[in-house]
Design a protein around this ligand. Structure first.
Ligand SMILES: Nc1ncnc2c1ncn2[C@@H]1O[C@H](COP(=O)(O)OP(=O)(O)OP(=O)(O)O)[C@@H](O)[C@H]1O
Ligand SMILES: [Mg+2]
Length: 341
């Protein structure tokens, strides 16, 4: 079971191994218990119990995502050593390796693919212990991870993994389009409630990621203010008849488009490599209007990802009908499930 604790909507999926592949056995979307603050462990336990009941899954293993405000994802150059030692090194020296004091944090590390390939060369040419490798680092406050662990235990579940939500689309994309993942340059854009993120990948490696503090919430709140209507009414218009408020919505998407475009420009300049394709996920991506507007703003082809395409579908009948529509919003949860499997 993987639960993407979004700031507005919790997305949960039940994924099972089937031979070499995977099956999607169920999913659910429900309101997050609190929008503004972190969940205290007892509330998280209650929420996870509810999710577990709705999914009717027999598994007790759960993977949780940590949102962009709580999890940091960085690159670092670390000496060649086992991952468990890297974690310790970062704990003691976060400032020298990450240029930021992250005391009180816990770390996880993933050696980047090309560095893995170089490792043998490094070993041959450099004295042992001096060779460095490029590592993707995830960090979160120890207290936050402890609270998550306690929340999981309190629900009678077992923590399989806790993973940054930012990486969900990357893990899902690797399975959905393995060829393009291995060889190619793409942007993965996740539109959320409080935040949106962009990950730039080249040849199987995540090279750049950015989080922009603009999402569906800001669109609705600004629309409500501009039109002098309630938040709920504005939300209804945004989802049901966006073309009625086309000019306003376009203006509201402009700052987000600009930020995303700036990240793409930066990447193109740094890597001397053009980006011509973006795959977009998250709740707002379900809106054709938003997709078209975003595409105009960031000036590259924007496509929806079909994150279930590598899965056997073993869904209850009603869910089987609706999966097509909600799939983009489940991408982070599906990617998190893959991280655990
Ligand atoms: N059809 C739709 N058209 C436009 N917006 C939509 C549609 N469906 C959902 N949304 C918006 O999607 C947002 C929620 O998306 P999502 O579930 O991806 O966010 P989240 O994961 O909870 O947030 P975050 O990633 O910032 O923590 C809401 O703001 C909602 O208004
Ligand atoms: Mg999200």
């Amino acid at each position: 079971m993987a639960v993407d604790l979004g700031s507005r909507t919790t997305k949960a999926v039940h994924v099972a191994r089937r031979g070499q592949g995977f099956a999607l056995c169920g999913y659910t979307l429900l309101d997050a218990p609190i929008y503004e603050k972190n969940l205290p462990p007892d509330l998280l336990s209650e929420h996870l119990k509810t999710v577990h009941q709705i999914l009717r899954s027999r598994t007790r293993h759960v993977c949780l995502t940590v949102g962009a405000n709580e999890a940091q994802v960085r690159h670092a150059e670390l000496p060649n050593m086992p991952v468990k030692d890297m974690r310790q090194v970062l704990k003691l020296n976060s400032k020298s390796y990450l240029q930021q004091d992250l005391s009180g944090h816990v770390f996880d590390c993933h050696p980047c693919a090309p560095a893995r390939a170089n490792q043998t060369n490094n070993k041959a040419s450099a004295p042992a212990g001096l060779a460095k490798q490029k590592v993707l680092v995830a960090a979160a406050r120890q207290q936050f991870v402890d609270d998550f662990s306690q929340g999981i235990k309190g629900a009678g579940l077992i923590a399989a993994c806790i993973t940054p939500a930012l990486l969900g689309p990357v893990n899902a994309f690797e399975k959905v389009m393995p060829e393009l993942f291995e060889v190619g340059t793409v942007a993965l854009v996740d539109l959320g409630f409080k935040n949106s993120s962009i990950c730039l990948l080249r040849d199987g490696e995540l090279l750049l990621s950015r989080v922009v503090a603009i999402g569906g919430d800001r669109m609705t709140a600004d629309l409500a203010e501009n039109l002098g209507i309630s938040y709920a009414e504005a939300e209804g218009i945004k989802i049901g008849m966006p073309q009625e408020v086309q000019t306003q919505l376009e203006a509201l998407l402009l700052p987000l488009g600009r930020e995303l475009r700036a990240s793409i420009d930066f990447f193109e300049h740094q890597q001397d490599q053009a980006v011509s394709l973006a795959f977009v996920t998250g709740g707002p991506a379900q809106s054709e209007f938003i997709m078209e507007t975003l595409q105009r703003e960031i000036m590259i082809d924007c496509k929806l990802i079909k994150p279930t395409s590598f899965l056997q579908l073993e869904l209850p009948p009603q869910q089987a009908v609706e999966i097509e529509q909600v799939a983009p919003q489940l991408t982070v949860a599906l990617g998190a499930a893959l991280a655990a499997l």
